[in-house]
Write a protein that binds this ligand. Structure first.
Ligand code: SAM
Ligand code: SF4
Length: 359
């Protein structure tokens, strides 16, 4: 609850906590320097994965030593602090979140915030490989919608792009999710020369099976060895033009509070999301921050700056220093990323891989 005193309400929410306004410090929402309210936290619970997608990782990826990972109890304490500060939506991601040992215990613990109503949504992004095992339990714990990454419906190409993944296992996982009552959104990274020819196959599959579908432009994250980002990049402006050759497109004004812009295909009635960090910067509406499995908080996916939350977390059982560190971090949230391929070369690249920060 917000304090009712006008003197407290008029306090600058970005000012560092000072004693006379301690009540405000405890209850003010997280607002960044560009007046964006931060209500969404993505948590990467592991950097490990059972796939090695060619746009996300190198084949011989070096992962963090397990000793560096926060325990699930520590991650719970961090998430709980964010929820106390006004985060209403939590997405669990990775790496592959469902390969983290004990992950269901973590979901079970976090779901108490759904029961109190403090948390409005608990969801996850997964490659789908473990869904047959976990979907029913996730649904029972209050997860309603999940994102599953599928870039191709061709077995051979799937094995090629994920290196270690197998499409039938993922499709079976998606079936399990649907049987458990979970709403599924398919995430497909648009990749030049790889899935351009599957645009309509993916779209029709989602229409037929009732999945939402979002396309994502490939972002310059992490050193990919020989792979050139500009060789992978298929601009969604082009993808959209391709869709328009077959469907009548209507731009929708709906916003999910995230980067996706939506359009409807009039003929099928389905909604397609487009995430366009390169062709159209969406940072003005950014409502999210990202926490890694080591307790680093990234205020922007496309910038190197981060805040270490592990130190205040471990320094004291009292959450006050942690909450102050979170507020200080939000006060440095940058305006946006600097990704750019427009001069035929990559600008704004960040060193860490997507699997480290969580997509
Ligand atoms: N392993 C899970 C999965 O694949 O859904 C969750 C983590 S993964 C890093 C989250 C999302 O990031 C996936 O949809 C993946 O396709 C996407 N992704 C990974 N690397 C990317 C990149 N360089 N550019 C754009 N999207 C990327
Ligand atoms: Fe793993 Fe997801 Fe990255 Fe693929 S995109 S390697 S499934 S973390």
């Amino acid at each position: 609850m917000k304090p009712s005193s006008p003197a407290l309400i008029s306090r600058d929410p970005l000012a560092p906590c000072a004693q006379p306004a301690y009540l405000w410090c405890m209850t003010a929402p997280l607002i960044d320097p560009f007046a964006r309210a931060i209500s969404y936290l993505r948590v990467s619970v592991t950097d490990r994965c059972d796939f090695r997608c060619a746009y996300c990782m190198t084949e011989h990826m070096t992962f963090l030593p397990k000793a560096e990972l926060l325990s699930l109890e520590e991650l719970d304490r961090l998430c709980t602090a964010f929820i106390r500060l006004g985060v209403e939506k939590l997405r669990i991601t990775g790496g592959e979140p469902l390969v983290r040992k004990g992950i269901l215990t973590f979901f079970a613990a976090i779901s108490r915030h759904l029961q109190t109503g403090a948390l409005k949504e608990l969801t996850l992004t997964t490659n789908g490989s473990q869904l047959r095992k976990y979907a029913a339990d996730l649904a029972a714990l209050g997860v309603k919608r999940i994102n599953v990454s599928v870039d191709t419906l061709d077995d051979r190409k799937f094995a090629e792009i994920t290196r270690w993944g197998r499409l039938p296992q993922v499709l079976d996982g998606i079936a399990a999710a649907r049987e458990a009552g979970l709403k599924v959104k398919i995430n497909a990274v648009a990749l030049k020369g790889f899935n351009e020819d599957e645009l309509f196959t993916l779209t029709e599959w989602c229409a037929r099976d009732g999945h939402d579908l979002t396309f994502i432009e490939v972002m310059p994250m992490g050193d990919m060895g020989e792979v050139q980002r500009t060789d992978q990049y298929w601009p969604l402006s082009d993808l959209r033009a391709q869709l328009a050759t077959r469907y009548t497109l209507t731009d929708l004004t709906i916003r999910s509070g995230g980067p996706a812009r939506y359009l409807r295909l009039n003929e099928t009635g389905q909604t397609i999301g487009l995430i366009t960090p390169l062709t159209h910067n969406f940072c003005e509406s950014c409502n999210r921050v990202r926490l890694t499995c080591t307790g680093a908080l990234y205020m922007c996916l496309g910038q190197e700056d981060m805040a270490d939350l592990r130190a205040p977390l471990r320094a004291s059982p009292d959450d006050a220093p942690l909450e102050q560190a979170i507020r200080a971090a939000i006060a440095r949230k940058p305006k946006g990323h600097d990704f750019d391929y427009s001069r035929q070369k990559v600008a704004g690249q960040v060193r860490r891989h997507m699997s480290h920060t969580g997509g």
